[in-house]
Design a protein around this ligand. Structure first.
Ligand code: SF4
Ligand code: SF4
Length: 186
């Protein structure tokens, strides 16, 4: 059955929205575009290995374009942070539609040896203040985790399709053509 709660309270330090690169899935991108009317070609950027550390070379979401590797990320300004961070309120401007990764931060899933749900704890290797002064239900978190797993598989399949056709002069932005028709149809 696993733990029903995890102790955590967000202290709104803004660290995760200002300093951390957010990697959305195509499903996140579509949800954001459809619900906010924002243009994915503006709120996304494609980062090279020099611009993002800690992602293994064999991660299935690396895009190959013109022989180089790229990761799709939410556009981020080094000073002001995420494209969607409201500059006045310092809260997420698309909170209801934000990527699953943002919803799961800083929670870390723990599973049993059999691969079943055990509990959630807090990631140790992140800059979150990790305040334990609150209680969060784990069921919605686990549902999100399972949904993200499916979305990541879909993402990897799309990337595989994209990478199978790398050619000189290709830009990583062309990856968006594989799934943006839904929001760009006339
Ligand atoms: S989408 Fe919202 S929650 Fe996610 S990093 Fe950007 S501002 Fe923060
Ligand atoms: S880093 Fe932690 S405390 Fe700061 S805004 Fe993000 S979740 Fe909240």
């Amino acid at each position: 059955m696993g733990s029903r709660t995890v102790r955590f309270k967000c202290l709104h330090s803004n660290h995760c929205c200002r300093d951390v690169v957010c990697l959305p899935t195509p499903w996140d991108v579509l949800r954001i575009a459809l619900n906010t009317g924002e243009d994915p070609r503006r709120f996304l950027e494609f980062l090279t290995p020099d611009e993002i550390k800690g992602i293994p070379k064999n991660d299935p979401t690396w895009l190959m374009a013109d022989g180089n590797r790229y990761l799709m990320a939410l556009t981020r300004d080094p000073k002001t942070g995420c494209y969607f961070l409201d500059k006045k309120t310092r809260f997420c401007g698309i909170y209801e539609h934000r990527p699953i990764l943002c919803r799961l931060y800083p929670f870390k899933l723990r599973e049993t040896r059999e691969g079943k749900f055990h509990s959630f704890t807090l990631h140790k290797d992140v800059g979150c203040l990790r305040c334990r002064d609150g209680v969060v239900e784990t069921k919605p978190l686990y549902d999100l985790y399972l949904q993200d797993r499916i979305h990541q598989d879909d993402y990897a399949t799309l990337v595989e399709e994209f990478n199978a056709e790398d050619r000189p002069g290709r830009r990583p932005q062309e990856f968006l053509n594989l799934f943006l028709e839904i929001v760009e149809a006339p």
